[in-house]
Design a protein around this ligand. Structure first.
Ligand code: ADP
Ligand code: ADP
Length: 235
């Protein structure tokens, strides 16, 4: 069963003489529960690809299908985590992690009725990543690694079927980064979301992904695609 299905997708920035073909006739399929990493040099179209998959940019050619349905606008309910922590500074860790319940349908409708259950869900997730005792702290009271941990928790708390990761651990030291790889892998084994990870780090790609895709620069095109055959723990 395919979750993400990009068919012959192209994207051009600008118009007239100032055109950049950022993505060139790309086919990308991600099965349910599959973890795919996209690597390539700066400017090869990784951010553009993320925007195409989440429906933030409509393709200029081809089509994007999510769960078999053609995407015609922003895809709702996708979990996302970026390089910079986007925690809201005026909210506690717990309250940041609860955000998807306030923003994402249908959780939003159920929030009043299920508030306790949602708090419990968020706390359990924070516990899984060792942040429970920081639940009531504010983002500036956490280290960079802890902030990214909370960031990933927020992306997953509403159990999305698709998690988009755009260089989420790029700014961290090597030790913390590897800790977060293990955390992400553990969460993936538990929740079995599909995921697309954009990264410059080939080791990160091979550690986390079932399949690694390499994009070329100008125009963004798949130049290499490899199944990762390293045995890894399975739930
Ligand atoms: P990153 O590689 O960190 O994801 P960006 O996606 O922000 O970086 O930018 C990648 C490239 O796209 C850069 O070379 C940048 O100059 C170019 N770029 C980004 N936004 C624009 C824009 N609005 N106009 C022109 N070029 C842009
Ligand atoms: P990456 O994330 O891999 O660094 P991007 O997807 O940001 O790559 O960019 C792909 C190409 O599109 C680059 O050549 C970049 O300069 C160009 N680009 C990105 N955003 C814009 C934009 N808003 N306007 C014009 N060109 C852009």
């Amino acid at each position: 069963q395919l979750y993400v299905d990009l068919r012959n997708v192209s994207l051009v920035y600008g118009d007239g003489d100032e055109q950049t073909l950022a993505i060139d006739r790309l086919d990308l399929k991600v099965r349910e529960g599959e973890f795919v990493a996209v690597v390539g040099p700066s400017g090869c179209g990784k951010s553009t690809l993320m925007k195409l998959v989440t429906g933030l940019l409509p393709p200029d050619g081809g089509a994007v299908f999510i769960q078999g349905r053609k995407a015609t606008g922003p895809v709702m309910g996708v979990g996302m985590a970026f390089q910079n922590s986007t925690l809201l500074p005026w909210r506690s860790t717990l309250s940041n992690v609860m955000l998807p319940f306030e923003l994402v349908q249908p959780h939003r409708k159920r929030l009043r009725r299920n508030a306790d259950e949602y708090v419990e869900k968020a706390r359990r997730l924070l516990d899984t990543v060792g942040l429970l005792e920081f639940a009531d702290k504010f983002p500036w009271e956490l280290s960079g690694g802890m902030q990214q941990r909370a960031n990933v928790c927020r992306a997953l708390v509403h159990e999305p079927k698709l998690l988009m990761l755009d260089e989420p651990f790029g700014a961290l030291d090597a030790f913390t980064r590897e800790e977060l790889w293990l955390m992400t892998q553990a969460l993936w084994m538990k929740q079995r979301f599909s995921s697309i990870l954009v990264t410059h780090d080939l080791r990160e790609a091979v550690f986390l992904a079932d399949r690694v895709i390499v994009l070329s620069k100008r125009p963004g095109r798949i130049i290499l695609e490899r199944q990762v055959d390293i045995p890894r723990p399975r739930a």
